[in-house]
Ligand binder design. Structure first.
Ligand code: PGA
Length: 241
């Protein structure tokens, strides 16, 4: 594992964007696995600027997002599709046919999860997977206790995951109780994984995930077993390593 400790959020975002840009230079048709949350916002901003300055083009790239709410209109401002559109998709030259999200409004959600697994296989896997980490150690919405071999699935969201999303909903009642997420087994098959964390609030869980025992109770700890993991932290997030 390679750990890069940066000064602050801005530098963490810049360094991570440069990693994605290097991947794109290596392979223009790269398949990027993408995450939402507060942590990657600066990363997306840097990539958008690079596209606007014509340093890169995403016209041949594919994106496959990690997760989505079940039974939420994708136009709702709390949906992860809405997040991806406003922070990234609408601002870059990705082709709509190359943008992939889980459809939380599919009639049969289990079938939709199977479709996603097939899609990833058809694309010959994810080249470059971006991940954040929850304060409880989750990656995507794979919560503590999730099997390391799990595949894309529908699951009940934990209280802490729902609380973390509350700002985009009127109240908890308006928010779906279930989400759909790539499985840990699915994520671990990505050829390169880049894990991001920012702020003191993540220091404890980063230390447990990277230096502690590999356990289902800390889903991110499985990343210690990935052959190509880069962790990009700001100083506060790295302070307990
Ligand atoms: P955050 O979320 O970037 O908003 O902290 C990370 C996550 O829950 O995976």
């Amino acid at each position: 594992m390679e750990i890069i400790v940066t000064k602050n959020f801005a530098e963490m975002s810049r360094v991570t964007a440069n990693l994605a840009i290097a991947q794109l230079h290596k392979k223009k048709s790269s398949v990027f696995g993408l995450a939402t949350g507060n942590t990657p916002i600066g990363f997306y901003r840097n990539l958008v600027q690079a596209v606007k300055r014509k340093e890169i083009s995403l016209a041949r790239a594919t994106t496959i997002s990690l997760d989505e709410f079940a039974r939420l209109d994708p136009a709702h401002r709390g949906s992860l599709f809405y997040y991806m559109r406003t922070h990234f998709f609408d601002k870059v030259d990705l082709l709509p046919k190359n943008i992939h999200m889980l459809d939380g409004c599919a009639v049969d959600l289990k079938k939709e999860c199977k479709r996603y697994e097939r899609l990833i296989k058809e694309k010959r896997g994810i080249d470059w997977q971006l991940l954040g980490i929850g304060a409880n150690g989750h990656i995507a919405w794979a919560e503590p206790g999730t099997s390391f071999t799990s595949r894309t699935q529908v699951l009940d969201l934990t209280k802490s995951s729902r609380q973390a999303q509350l700002k985009n909903f009127k109240n908890l009642k308006e928010m779906p109780t279930q989400g759909m997420t790539m499985g840990i087994g699915t994520i671990m098959e990505a050829k390169q994984i880049v894990l991001l964390a920012s702020g003191e609030g993540k220091a404890e869980i980063i230390a447990r995930a990277l230096r502690g025992k590999v356990t289902k109770e800390v889903p991110a700890s499985v990343l210690q077993r990935h052959p190509r993991l880069i962790v990009v932290l700001d100083q506060p997030a790295a302070s307990k390593l």
